[in-house]
Design a protein around this ligand. Structure first.
Ligand code: SF4
Length: 422
């Protein structure tokens, strides 16, 4: 459950279990599995609810004798362990989020150090997430992640390179670099920002055709990755950089550490240094004290900046955060939702215009899957699951999943592009 960082944790657990002789499936509807392990998400209200409902569903399945064992770990149980233990007596064991060895011991499996750098993946075999650090040292007022994932801890570069080489040898062509906060990679371990060095070394690995950066932070951004995006064909001109807001009043209350001016300057710099780059961002509306004037500033910013991809969350008060401790959740739910809808309407129009501008362009498209009618792929500007697809008629000929093809874009809508094989 939850984000791609949780997915990597699940894959690492599965890799260790496999080495201890366990068979495993990632399909929650596979009824053959008699042991169920739930990796939970504790990010915000909706995600927590989904995790709790899933635990309850499998607790019932255990009571009904459909499964034998139920284990729970991840962010929700890291945050609310005692409650989960008390409320779900059906669970054989409940673990936190960051202790693979403890979970394995609880499952009577060994932790094999020699497997560091190896990973069985649950994504299609041609792409994988590479989690380059854990935790976060920032203290954004709305965010409970540091409470669940702890301080920022970079994964040693040699481990990441070994893992990427292993993945490339096993057919992975595209790597999504992920973290709670990507920009700080290396600051703890090497006392300097090392993201660019890591990306350069990953880009030299044979077989890696595409490297994509997610979850960058706009303060202290490692500018030295930009030339790599501009100059290296296998470093995608793509950046996911959650900004959350643009009004100085709200950014200050959110304790984001960046300002309207510094944010706009950074976006200008990124676009100047990497022409044609696709920018994805995430915004948060309805933060306590967000005035209509603040929201107008945000709307203006979205309209002017024309992000390629954009997601919006509504503020959810999370206990233990600075926001919950210091601010009344004073923006009515209806207003939060209306503001989210307004931003998404603006973005849908922008997305349609930007997609139309891609018609007649030539794109390198990596094929992810197929339907009865189409091959479904992605260009350098689209990350799996969150961005656009490029659809190619099946009649175009036999295409291989996991291969990259030159495609001419012939049509577009706000979500997808239609392509013709060249
Ligand atoms: S940067 Fe802020 S929002 Fe992101 S994980 Fe850290 S505290 Fe949370």
């Amino acid at each position: 459950m939850g984000c791609s960082k949780n997915l990597v944790d699940s894959e690492k657990l599965a890799t260790q279990l496999h080495a201890s002789g366990f068979k495993f499936v990632f399909d929650r509807f596979d009824t053959k599995a008699k042991t169920v392990i739930i990796n939970t998400c504790g990010f915000i209200g909706d995600a927590k609810e989904e995790s709790i409902n899933t635990i309850l569903e499998f607790a019932q399945a255990k009571t009904d004798g459909k499964i034998k064992h139920l284990y729970v770990f991840g962010c929700l149980s890291e945050r609310y362990k005692d409650d989960v233990v008390k409320e779900i007596p059906e669970a054989d064991a409940v673990f936190g989020a960051n202790n693979l060895e403890e979970i394995l011991a609880g499952l009577k499996a060994d932790y094999k150090k020699e497997l560091v750098g190896e990973r069985l993946i649950s994504t299609p075999s041609h792409y994988a997430y590479l989690k380059i650090s854990e935790g976060c040292d920032r203290s954004c007022a709305f965010c409970a992640i540091p409470l669940m994932r702890g301080r920022h801890t970079s994964v040693p570069m040699e481990h990441l390179l070994k893992e990427a080489e292993y993945l490339a040898k096993n057919g992975v062509k595209e790597l999504m670099l992920i973290a709670q906060e990507l920009s700080s990679y290396g600051l703890d371990l090497y006392k300097e920002k090392k993201l660019a060095e890591l990306v350069a070394k990953l880009s030299d690995i044979e077989g890696i055709k595409r490297i994509r950066l997610h979850y960058a932070f706009p303060f202290n951004f490692p500018d030295d990755v930009l030339p790599l995006m501009r100059e290296r064909a296998n470093v995608a001109r793509y950046l996911d950089i959650p900004l959350q807001h643009i009004s100085d009043n709200v950014l200050k209350r959110m304790r984001r550490g960046h300002t309207q001016e510094s944010t706009k300057k950074l976006i200008e710099k990124i676009r100047a240094e990497v022409p044609g780059i696709a920018l994805r961002t995430t915004l948060l509306v309805g933060f306590p004290g967000e005035t209509d004037a603040d929201f107008q500033e945000l709307k203006q910013f979205v309209t002017e900046t024309r992000f390629d991809r954009l997601g919006v969350f509504t503020y959810s008060e999370e206990e233990g955060t600075h926001g919950a401790a210091n601010y009344k959740d004073d923006v009515p739910e209806k207003v939060k939702q209306a503001r989210k809808d307004e931003i998404m309407q603006i973005q849908e129009k922008i997305s349609l215009e930007l997609n139309h501008a891609k018609v007649d362009s030539i794109q390198d498209v990596l094929i992810d899957s197929e339907t009865d009618e189409f091959y479904v792929g992605r260009s350098e500007f689209d990350s799996p699951e969150v961005d656009n697809d490029v659809l190619i008629q099946r009649s175009a000929g036999e295409l291989k999943i996991g291969e990259m093809y030159k495609v001419k874009i012939i049509n577009a809508n706000e979500f997808d592009l239609l392509g013709e094989l060249l």
